[in-house]
Design a protein around this ligand. Structure first.
Ligand code: NAD
Length: 410
């Protein structure tokens, strides 16, 4: 099976061909500007030292400072970080933001560290590369396994090292530490806006929705969908999931997740929920399937078993190119990551502006601005779809590639 980076390059190559981007420019667009590889040493609670592998990949800054999250995950690799950094470049371009693309990671299972060790690791990450970061250079944010508290530690460490309080050097911070109201739900909210716009074009009565991943992104989109009267029938996290044909009471599921750390039928007495694995969730007969966990979830192995009518990629890279071709042949739409989960970086953009000005807005104002940006991006993609006869992913990539290529030429 091809790697995440190879899959991403395949999408870029195909879109570049459709957009008639010449090969010299394509080679420049594919290449990362800078790859930082480093080790972080953490003194553990028992006095022993442990080393963790860290990365930051700065892919392209033709449109503005590098921008992208930091992931803490035991399976992270340089291949993954490079793919995610490139995806960030296309996402910020598609969302019409003055940012480039970057990504970072540490190969670690954050659940195995104490709070003190996690703080030391987060500060160590910044100590290793702080000279390459900054409000107008490279602005990290949260991703899988990282939280507002971790971004607060990073902002504090960066400010200490530079001798200047620098809240705009990081986004996804806590609201009381210079973060933005609405940022935490921004990715889920943006995904909701995309569903809302998509459904204006499609006839789907009371769609049934399944969500893989019940972390920051999956949990918030579930809550927003529920508040707007949509029916979520299945949910899962890394430990397993639940399926209820009649729909799941999301506030109850959130309470269970917070109390027990996972969702399982045993925690919903009186509800007739079925226990399902992550793999089974993907194959359920639903209208909208939302992968909101990790990459490479829908591949050639399970593509033929997918029963959804549309897939909304809230995770980055959950569908591989081979799977996409098979799904498309069966008439299944795939709304790609760079459009579907763009709400997160749009929220970060508004946090960056507020942090630069040290002037903070109400959540309603932030969400209205995110809504407008998402609608503009969605409509732009619809236009490009028509112009090029392209699918959702190709139309999104064509717009993004052309915008970055134009900036590089200038
Ligand atoms: P998170 O760490 O908050 O949550 C991840 C969730 O996925 C957890 O519930 C975890 O249990 C679950 N999970 C892990 N492995 C799984 C598996 N194999 N099957 C099912 N569930 C699994 O991370 P997040 O921030 O919600 O990010 C999720 C995805 O969204 C990632 O692909 C990330 O890159 C993408 N994303 C996040 C943001 C953001 O603002 N946080 C923005 C854009 C895209």
């Amino acid at each position: 099976m091809s790697t995440f980076l190879e899959n991403t390059k395949q999408f870029i190559n195909h879109a570049a061909e459709m957009a008639h981007i010449e090969s010299g420019m394509l080679a420049r667009l594919e290449k990362s500007d800078r790859v930082l590889e480093f080790e972080i040493t953490v003194k553990k609670g028992d006095g022993a030292e442990e080393k963790f592998q860290g990365w930051r990949v700065q892919h392209n800054n033709a449109l503005g400072p590098y921008k992208g999250g930091i992931r803490f995950h035991q399976d992270s690799s340089l291949d993954e970080v490079e793919a995610l950094a490139s995806i960030m470049t296309w996402k910020t371009a598609l969302m019409d933001l003055p940012f480039g693309g970057a990504k970072g990671a540490v190969k670690v299972d954050p659940k195995k560290l104490t709070r003190e060790e996690l703080e030391a690791l987060s500060r160590g990450y910044v100590q290793a590369i702080w000279e390459n970061l900054g409000s107008y250079k490279d602005i990290p944010a949260p991703d899988v396994g990282t939280t507002p508290e971790i971004l607060d530690w990073m902002t504090d460490e960066y400010s200490k090292l530079t001798g200047k309080w620098s809240p705009a050097a990081f986004t996804g911070k806590s609201v009381d530490k210079g973060g933005s109201k609405g940022r935490e739900i921004a990715t889920g909210f943006g995904g909701f806006v995309v569903i809302r716009e998509y459904l204006l074009q499609r006839n789907m009565e009371r769609p049934k929705i399944a969500i893989q991943g019940f972390g920051n992104v999956g949990l918030h989109i579930a809550e927003i969908l529920y508040e707007h009267g949509y029916m979520v029938t299945a949910l899962s996290d890394s430990k397993g999931g639940i399926y209820g044909v009649g729909g799941i009471d999301i506030p109850e599921a959130v309470r269970v997740k917070k109390e027990h750390g996972t969702v399982s039928p045993a925690f919903f007495p009186g509800k007739n929920f079925q226990s399902i694995s992550n793999e089974e969730l993907l194959e359920l007969p639903v209208d909208i399937l939302i992968p909101a966990a990790l990459e490479n979830q829908i591949t050639e192995t399970n593509a033929d078993k997918i029963n959804a009518r549309v897939i909304l990629e809230l995770a980055n890279g959950p569908v591989t190119p081979v799977a996409e071709a098979r799904l498309e042949a069966r008439g299944i739409d795939i709304v790609p990551d760079i459009l579907a989960n763009g709400g997160g970086v749009v929220g970060s953009y508004f946090e960056w502006i507020q942090s630069l000005e040290e002037n903070y807005w109400e959540a309603k104002q932030v969400l209205e601005k995110i809504d407008a940006k998402m609608v503009a991006a969605f409509r732009g993609v619809c236009e490009t779809k028509k112009q090029h006869g392209a699918n959702w992913r190709m139309a999104s990539y064509i717009r993004a590639l052309l915008r970055v290529a134009e900036a590089m030429k200038k």
